[in-house]
Design a protein around this ligand. Structure first.
Ligand code: SF4
Ligand code: SF4
Length: 234
């Protein structure tokens, strides 16, 4: 598989499944066969996941990316052997960091739930083509990642404003909006991937979708209170 196809979610899944280390081998930078240069994207993804690992209390040394050509078998063997040695030294995932299995699973699940949002917020940085390894450490900072989690955004439909036009419901990519004819629409926060489509889609004359950051989302309106009673035309 092309290294450019490695998604942030794939790496988290490997750790969630108990892998002690993840190694990604990609073609040399600037030697991609395609105009996409997907290996730069993978490099940035790895740099981001390393910060996410720090946030979860895991050693970022458990994740490694290396670039090489198909003719460099020796380099491949050397790199993999070196990484295996390093991971063995680090010990079992979580256990060595003082995090028990259940807690680790829940921390990874929390971050995994936010993958689309994390990718959206960092899309410009993920598309960057770094020029030298000296720049790797600064692409994503620890403070930025902590801020991202502290100020994570949620979307909420204001029941007093919703006109049940269903535009948001039709456009939501995660089927996270519940509604119907003359029914105030409600976002299922468990399903919402925080893409912001509903916020953009709700007609400005209604302005019913609110973007919330750093505060709890109000509880959903009870089902029996969702019907909109419209005034009959005179
Ligand atoms: S933010 Fe995106 S996923 Fe969440 S309800 Fe709105 S459109 Fe759906
Ligand atoms: S687009 Fe706005 S007004 Fe229409 S159903 Fe969604 S939240 Fe309500």
């Amino acid at each position: 598989m092309c290294s450019g196809r490695v998604d942030l979610g794939f790496i988290l899944r490997a750790f969630s499944n108990g892998m002690d280390g993840v190694f990604i081998g990609g073609c040399r930078l600037n030697e991609c066969n395609y105009v996409t240069h997907g290996n730069y994207h993978t490099l940035n993804t790895v740099l981001l996941v390393k910060r996410l690992m720090e946030h979860m209390g895991l050693s970022p040394e458990r994740l490694k990316i290396e670039f090489m050509s198909g003719a460099e078998a020796n380099l491949f063997v050397e790199t993999v052997n070196g990484f295996v040695k390093q991971v063995k030294k680090l010990g079992p995932l979580g256990e060595s960091e003082g995090i028990d299995r259940a807690e680790l699973k829940s921390r990874i699940a929390e971050v995994t739930k936010l993958v689309p949002y994390i990718k959206l917020v960092n899309q410009d940085k993920l598309a960057t083509r770094l020029k030298s390894p000296e720049e790797y450490n600064d692409l994503f900072t620890k403070d930025e990642i902590e801020k991202l989690f502290r100020e994570v955004v949620s979307y909420y439909i204001d029941p007093a404003k919703c006109q049940a036009c269903s535009i948001c419901l039709k456009k939501c990519p995660a089927e996270a909006i519940v509604g119907g004819k003359n029914q105030i629409h409600v976002i299922d926060q468990e399903k919402c991937i925080k893409c912001g489509t509903c916020f953009e889609a709700c007609p400005t004359r209604f302005g019913s979708v609110r973007k919330i950051s750093g505060e709890p989302v109000p509880p959903p309106l009870p089902v029996e209170a969702r019907t909109i009673v419209r005034k009959a035309k005179a």
